[in-house]
Design a protein around this ligand. Structure first.
Ligand SMILES: Cc1cc2nc3c(=O)[nH]c(=O)nc-3n(C[C@H](O)[C@H](O)[C@H](O)COP(=O)(O)OP(=O)(O)OC[C@H]3O[C@@H](n4cnc5c(N)ncnc54)[C@H](O)[C@@H]3O)c2cc1C
Length: 491
C-alpha cells in the first residue's frame, strides 16, 4: 500500500520530517497550495512569494528525484488532501511530520493523518516539556546553558568554551560610523519564481532565496562575511544598512530549507578554524539553540489559549503607521516600517525596541499587533510569532515569559540607532511639542501600570524614577496628544 507523504510549506526538506528515508518507489508526495493561505489575510506579497515559490521549487526537485508529486491548488489544505486521495487509485493513508501550529495539528489529526515526530528543531517537544515542568520561572538563559551541555556545543565537558556562558555585555555596541558593511547576496530569479510573481501580480525583491541551493549560499555568505562581527553590533540599528551583520536565515530555518543543526555546525566549524571571535559565535549559537528552541518549546508548553492573553488590558486599534510608513514623522519608526514594506523583514531590535515598544507603550491590542506581524514578516510562523508577541513584545502574559516589559524611551533609541539626528522629535524631552513620543510614552506607560509594576522587584528602579518626576501632569497631557496624533497618523 502506498504511503502518501504530506509536506506542508514549512517542512521543505528531504532529510528531515516525513521525507526522511522516503522512497520514490513506494511513497507519493502531497502538497497543497491552499487558497485560504494565499487570500485568507492581507499577507505581504514578499512573504507569499517566498513561501509559494519555495514550495514549487521543492516539488520540482522531488519530481527530479523520482517521486510522484501531487501538488495542487485547493480552497483549503483539507480540501486539497481530499482531492489528492480521490485521484489516487490505491487505498492509502496520509503521513506528515507533526505540524507546527495547534490549529493545523488538530485539522490534520481530525482528517486522520498519521504523524511522525517533528525533527525540524533540535529539541523534541517531549524533551522541552521535561525541562519546563521542572522550572519555577522560564528563564531562557537557564534553558540555553542546559542546551549547550546537552548538545555538546561550545563546551568543554560541562564548562563553557572561552570560560563564560554569556558575552552580552560586550555585544551592545551602537552602530559604527563610517563602516563598510560587507555585501548581502541578491538572489536571481528563475522561471518558477517568475511564474509565482506573475500570479501574485508583484515584483519581488531579490532578498530571499527560494531554493535549498540559495539558502545554502546565504548560510555560506553569513559565515564568511558576517559571523565574525555578528556579536558586537547585534543590537544596533544603522541608518545606512538594513541587515547589519544579521544572518537573514530565519525564513529558511522556518520553512525547512535549512535545518538548525547544519547552521550550528557551520558556525562551530568556522569558530574552530580560528576565524571567528568567541563573543560572536556564542551570540549566534545562543539565538539558534537558545532563543529559537525556547520559543518553539514554549509555544507548545503554554497551550493554545496563550495566544489570547491580554493581561495589560490593551485595547487600542492598530495605529495607521504600521500599515503605512508615511503616517509617522518619527524617523526610526518610519524607517523600520518602510524596510518591512520593501522586504517583509527587520532584525530583532527594530521588531522589539521600535515596533513592539510602540505597540506596548501606546496600549495597542496584542492580538491585533500579532496579526499584523504575522501578515507582514517573511519568517512569521504561528509558533514563533505567538510567544514573541504575547510574551516578549507586549507583556500580555503578565510576565510568564519575560520578567519585565521591554519598554524604553528615546534615550535607548538615541544610543542604539542613528535615527534621532535629524528627527522632528528630541529624545531627551518628555514634554513639549517636539518631545520624542517614545520618551513621553515610556513614562506614561509606567504611570498607567504603576500599581502592577510596583509588585515586580525588577521594575523597582523604573518606578522609583517615575516617582521622582515633577512634571507627571504634563507628561500625561503630552501622552494623550501623542496618542491622538499617532491615531491620526500625524506624529
Ligand atoms: C516581536 C518579535 C517578533 C518576532 N517574530 C519572529 C518570527 O515571526 N519569526 C522568526 O523566525 N523570528 C522572529 N523573531 C525573532 C528574531 O527577531 C528573528 O528570528 C530574526 O530577526 C531573524 O533574522 P535573522 O535570521 O537575521 O536572525 P539572526 O539575528 O541572525 O539570528 C539567528 C537566528 O536565531 C533565531 N532567533 C533569534 N531570536 C529568536 C526568537 N526570539 N525567536 C525565535 N527565533 C529566534 C532565528 O531563527 C534567527 O534566524 C521575533 C522577535 C520579536 C522581538
Amino acid at each position: 500500500m502506498a504511503r502518501i507523504l504530506y509536506v506542508p510549506f514549512d517542512h521543505l526538506n528531504f532529510d528531515f520530517g516525513v521525507l526522511k528515508g522516503a522512497d520514490p518507489a513506494s511513497d507519493v508526495i502531497a502538497m497543497v497550495e491552499s487558497q485560504r493561505m494565499v487570500t485568507g489575510r492581507p499577507w505581504h506579497k514578499e512573504r507569499l512569494f517566498f513561501l509559494i515559490a519555495s514550495a514549487r521549487h521543492f516539488a520540482a526537485e522531488a519530481r527530479r528525484r523520482g517521486f510522484e508529486v501531487h501538488y495542487i491548488q485547493a480552497s483549503s489544505t483539507i480540501e486539497g488532501l481530499k482531492q489528492i486521495a480521490t485521484n489516487l487509485v490505491a487505498e492509502s493513508t496520509f503521513h506528515c511530520a507533526e505540524p507546527s501550529s495547534f490549529r493545523q495539528y488538530q485539522q490534520l489529526k481530525d482528517f486522520g493523518v498519521e504523524f511522525v515526530e517533528n525533527d525540524f528543531f533540535m529539541t523534541t517537544r517531549k524533551h522541552f516539556f521535561m525541562w519546563a515542568e521542572r522550572q519555577k520561572t522560564f528563564v531562557m538563559e537557564n534553558f540555553y546553558r542546559a542546551q549547550r551541555v546537552r548538545l555538546g556545543v561550545l563546551v568543554n565537558g560541562s564548562d563553557p568554551e572561552g570560560g563564560r556562558w554569556n558575552y552580552d555585555s560586550e555585544n551592545r555596541l551602537p552602530p559604527p560610523k563610517n563602516y563598510v558593511w560587507p555585501p548581502y547576496l541578491l538572489h536571481e530569479r528563475d522561471v518558477i519564481d517568475a511564474e509565482v510573481a506573475a500570479e501574485l501580480n508583484f515584483e519581488p525583491s531579490k532578498t530571499w532565496a527560494t531554493t535549498r541551493a540559495g539558502a545554502l549560499a546565504q548560510l555560506d555568505n553569513f559565515i564568511t562575511n558576517h559571523l565574525q562581527s555578528f556579536g558586537p553590533y547585534e543590537d544596533a540599528i544603522a541608518e545606512d544598512n538594513w541587515a547589519l551583520h544579521h544572518s537573514l536565515l530565519s525564513p529558511y530555518l522556518n520553512n525547512g530549507l535549512l535545518n538548525a543543526r547544519e547552521v550550528v555546525e557551520a558556525a562551530v566549524v568556522a569558530y574552530e578554524s580560528g576565524a571567528i571571535a568567541i563573543q560572536s559565535v556564542e551570540a549566534f549559537i545562543r539565538q539558534i539553540i537558545g532563543w529559537r528552541e525556547y520559543i518553539h518549546g514554549m509555544y507548545w508548553f503554554l497551550g493554545e489559549s496563550y495566544r489570547e492573553q491580554n493581561q495589560l488590558s490593551a485595547n487600542r486599534q492598530l495605529l495607521p503607521l504600521f500599515t503605512d510608513s508615511s503616517k509617522t514623522r518619527m524617523n526610526c519608526v518610519r524607517s523600520v516600517v518602510s524596510d518591512i514594506e520593501t522586504r517583509a523583514w527587520a532584525h530583532h531590535i527594530p521588531r522589539l525596541m521600535v515596533l513592539s515598544n510602540l505597540a506596548l507603550t501606546t496600549g495597542v491590542n496584542p492580538q491585533e499587533f500579532l496579526d499584523w506581524m504575522r501578515e507582514n514578516f517573511v519568517d512569521a510562523n504561528e509558533w514563533v510569532m505567538v510567544p514573541n508577541i504575547i510574551g516578549m513584545a507586549t507583556h500580555a502574559d503578565g510576565g510568564t515569559l519575560m520578567t519585565k516589559p521591554y519598554a524604553a524611551g528615546g534615550a535607548y533609541l538615541n544610543r542604539m540607532t542613528q535615527h534621532c539626528k535629524g528627527c522632528a522629535y528630541d529624545p531627551k524631552k518628555r514634554i513639549g511639542d517636539d518631545a520624542c513620543p517614545f520618551t513621553t510614552l515610556y513614562w506614561d506607560f509606567l504611570d498607567r501600570h504603576k500599581d502592577l509594576f510596583a509588585k515586580n522587584h525588577r521594575m523597582s528602579q523604573q518606578i522609583a524614577g517615575l516617582n521622582r518626576l515633577g512634571d507627571l501632569h504634563e507628561v500625561r497631557a503630552r501622552a494623550a496628544s501623542v496618542i491622538n496624533g499617532l491615531e491620526q497618523g500625524i506624529i
